[in-house]
Design a protein around this ligand. Structure first.
Ligand SMILES: *Cc1c(COP(=O)(O)O)cnc(C)c1O
Length: 391
């Protein structure tokens, strides 16, 4: 008789290590205050950087698309699942990013799977930062390419890896634009210069940089003035853009190839039309004004300084992602639970997402947080920090 004993054991193990977490269920829109179990909490863990998840212009665009197209696309992109709204979104994304073309996928996760598995073959080598996102790691696992991992942002190691890669057919350097657990920015200038010296492609995953970094949120490539020198820019439509989906901004020839070869594009149904329409509305808002992005950065700098002034460790943070590094998984979860008592939702992030002794509550400041709300979080961090002897 089969049974699930091994899974029971695994879950018991998580409980012993303080890593077992029920999923929080919310009963209101994604916003600065969110309701759960009849209680309103100040949200410090959402990727909704600009408040677009709940923005009236996006809601309206989605409703109109439902009226025109219904709720489903009917199939994968290559059969009946390409609606005019998908192509319009891709056209405007490419214009926004300043690239020849853009191709959308169902999520940032499937974008990485689709693009990496298409471009990398057995004769190629991929050179990847050790802290790259799980979807990049999984995308690489789908390929037969040779792998080299460099220590986080270590340019000497990257150069060493490139120097040893001359005999491969393609060399592809892969990095997050903004690292999701630490909130630091990739040294893209150096990466691009090294890649050019050693004839390598550059692949940047801007999930946390789209709508955050660069002019009007165009991303890390724009931030560093490297337009035209990065071959693949991955973006997500699920974070600052506020909806769901992913895309690659690239040259026409890569888009054409992906349409014929990328498996999530060929074998999984396309985004519902209202999703594409809401994303399109978001891109238009970004192009119209950078006011929200200015507010986002001003809030982020204010908050980070406030947290650091308490003597708490914000690690390498230099973006609106502000982690407070606590330590063991158990301590991290206690800290997160104590903030919850104060009315603040700041999710604890522990091993294996981060190293065992680098557990953290990762906070994300948004444009819509008020100074009073941020002050309240800082005061609560002080209170909890003292109670837990962290300060
Ligand atoms: C969140 C994230 C993704 C996944 O994006 P989804 O649209 O949520 O699937 C991919 N890459 C990075 C770097 C991310 O932070």
């Amino acid at each position: 008789m089969v049974n699930w004993n091994s899974l029971h054991e695994e879950m018991e193990q998580l409980k012993r290590e303080g890593r077992y977490r029920p999923v929080q269920s919310w009963t209101s829109a994604s916003s600065t205050w969110m309701e759960t179990n009849g209680r309103k909490l100040l949200q410090m863990s959402s990727n909704n950087y600009l408040g677009f998840a709940d923005h009236p212009a996006l809601r309206q665009a989605a409703i109109e698309a439902i009226q025109t197209y219904g709720v489903g696309s009917g199939s994968v992109r290559t059969i009946t699942g390409t609606l005019a709204i998908h192509e319009q979104l891709e056209f405007e994304l490419a214009r926004f990013k300043g690239t020849e073309a853009a191709l959308t996928f169902q999520s940032g996760f499937t974008t990485n799977q689709g693009v990496l598995s298409t471009i990398l073959g057995a004769d190629d080598v991929v050179i990847s930062d050790e802290l790259n996102h799980a979807s990049i790691i999984d995308g690489i696992r789908l390929t037969k390419a040779h792998r080299k991992i460099y220590t986080h942002k270590n340019m000497d190691q990257l150069e060493q890896a490139l120097r040893e890669s001359a005999l491969y057919k393609k060399r592809v350097v892969v990095t997050d634009g903004v690292f999701s657990m630490d909130g630091d920015i990739a040294p893209l200038q150096e990466i691009v210069e090294l890649a050019e010296r050693y004839d390598a492609f550059v692949y940047v995953d801007d999930a946390h940089a789209s709508g955050v970094l660069g002019r009007n949120g165009k991303g890390s490539v724009d931030h560093f003035g490297l337009n035209g020198r990065v071959h693949m820019q991955i973006g997500t439509l699920s974070k600052a853009v506020g909806v769901v989906g992913g895309y690659v901004a690239c040259e026409n020839i890569l888009k054409e190839t992906l349409i014929h070869k990328a498996r999530p594009f060929l074998f999984s149904t396309s985004q519902p039309p209202m999703v594409a329409a809401a994303c399109l509305a978001a891109i238009r808002l970004l192009e119209q004004s950078d006011e929200l992005i200015q507010r986002l950065w001003s809030n982020a700098d204010y908050f980070r300084k406030g947290v650091q002034a308490l003597g708490l460790d914000t690690g390498a943070s230099e973006t609106p992602i502000v982690p407070v590094i606590i330590g063991s998984p158990e301590k991290t979860m206690i800290f997160s639970d104590m903030l919850l008592q104060e009315g603040i939702f700041a999710q604890g992030i522990t091993y294996p997402t981060v190293a065992m002794d680098k557990g953290r509550v990762r906070m994300i400041v948004t444009a819509n947080h008020t100074r009073e709300e941020l002050d309240f979080v800082i005061q609560s961090l002080e209170k909890v920090g003292r109670k837990t002897a962290l300060i």
